[in-house]
Design a protein around this ligand. Structure first.
Ligand SMILES: Cc1cc2nc3c(=O)[nH]c(=O)nc-3n(C[C@H](O)[C@H](O)[C@H](O)COP(=O)(O)OP(=O)(O)OC[C@H]3O[C@@H](n4cnc5c(N)ncnc54)[C@H](O)[C@@H]3O)c2cc1C
Length: 294
């Protein structure tokens, strides 16, 4: 680490001004659980750090006019413990709860998890299933982007932490007949990165006998977190039947391309992605009182 300056701004405006003045030589730091390691290993270099931890406006979870807003500095622990998130966005509560260890969850933030841009970052997978929108402060003002558009490659975010600030995520409050679920496979329950993780949001039709709509997000199946849109297309409008699920799993197998890695072979990850998808769908359907026929 070779940092010369450390800033602790009191407002978002002050933070963006510091970034602007430093012209690419200062970088935002949130909980530091990813960044400090990257600085130590010299994978990232910066002359100055801009600590966001005093910015109360970036921390917390609120619900207004049909939208749930989560500040980028909200920690995984806050998300996992939030009544709003547990009740209305279960996929995200469970994803946050699965991260690292209590120490990591107490300091690691949802904003840092997304900007670090790993293909299986747990809250990212949940946010993609929820079709969350990210609010970002740029030099041109505030912009909004779907979370799915924030990933350019493994570890490469569309948000530049030397000039832009991720402010918050907005998620639509779920309506009637909508439910979510999160499934994760890892070598241990704590302190293990996922071999496969799957987030599902779905809506059933009025009779609770058909999938009206569905979103499926998975990691690590490519250099970036992915939505399984071909698999979603098989399920949209289809009846709640085991045979339909089998068709969806066959399409998923063709749609994803994980790689062999220390955590598991590509074959194993594909097989487990299919199993976890099925389990996630069954949990969400059951939550709504639906049942899968033959
Ligand atoms: C032991 C250990 C276990 C872990 N286990 C898991 C796990 O199970 N699952 C998982 O998904 N992750 C895991 N992680 C990774 C890490 O904890 C998360 O990615 C964490 O959420 C990062 O958030 P942070 O606040 O610490 O970000 P930081 O490290 O502070 O920042 C990460 C990146 O985001 C940028 N940044 C931060 N905030 C903003 C913002 N508001 N706007 C713009 N840019 C910003 C920073 O400049 C930096 O590039 C683990 C890490 C460790 C060390």
């Amino acid at each position: 680490m070779n940092c010369e300056k450390y800033y602790l701004p009191a407002t978002v405006e002050e933070a963006i001004n510091i970034l602007r003045e430093n012209q690419g030589n200062a970088r935002l730091i949130a909980g530091g659980t990813d960044l400090v390691l990257q600085l130590r290993e010299r994978k990232i270099n910066t002359k100055a750090l801009v600590d966001l931890s005093a910015l109360k406006e970036l921390n917390g979870i609120t619900e207004n006019n049909g939208w749930i807003t989560i500040g980028s500095m909200t920690t995984h622990q806050q998300i996992a413990a939030s009544g709003i998130i547990r009740e209305k966005a279960r996929v995200l509560a469970e994803a946050a709860q699965s991260i690292g260890s209590p120490q990591i969850r107490n300091v690691g933030t949802i904003g840092g998890n997304v900007v670090n841009a790993q293909p299986a970052a747990d809250t990212t997978i949940a946010l993609m299933a929820l079709d969350a929108r990210a609010r970002i402060l740029t030099n041109q003002g505030e912009i909004t982007k779907p979370v799915g558009e924030l990933f350019l490659g493994a570890g490469q975010s569309a948000i530049d932490p030397t000039s832009e600030i991720l402010l918050a995520f907005d998620i639509k409050t779920p309506g009637a007949r909508e439910a979510t679920a999160f499934m994760r496979l890892a070598k241990r329950k704590a302190l293990a990165l996922p071999i496969v993780n799957v987030g599902v949001w779905l809506k059933l039709d009025q009779t609770l006998s058909k999938f009206e709509d569905i979103r499926i997000a998975l990691g690590p199946m490519a250099p970036v977190p992915v939505r399984a849109t071909n698999t979603e297309a098989v399920l949209k409008g289809a009846p709640l039947q085991q045979t339909v699920l089998l068709q969806a799993m066959a399409v998923l197998e063709k749609e994803i391309s994980p790689r062999d890695s220390l955590r598991g072979s590509a074959f194993y990850k594909k097989e487990m992605a299919k199993v976890l998808l099925k389990r996630a769908i069954l949990v969400a359907v059951k939550d709504l009182g639906g049942e899968l026929g033959e």
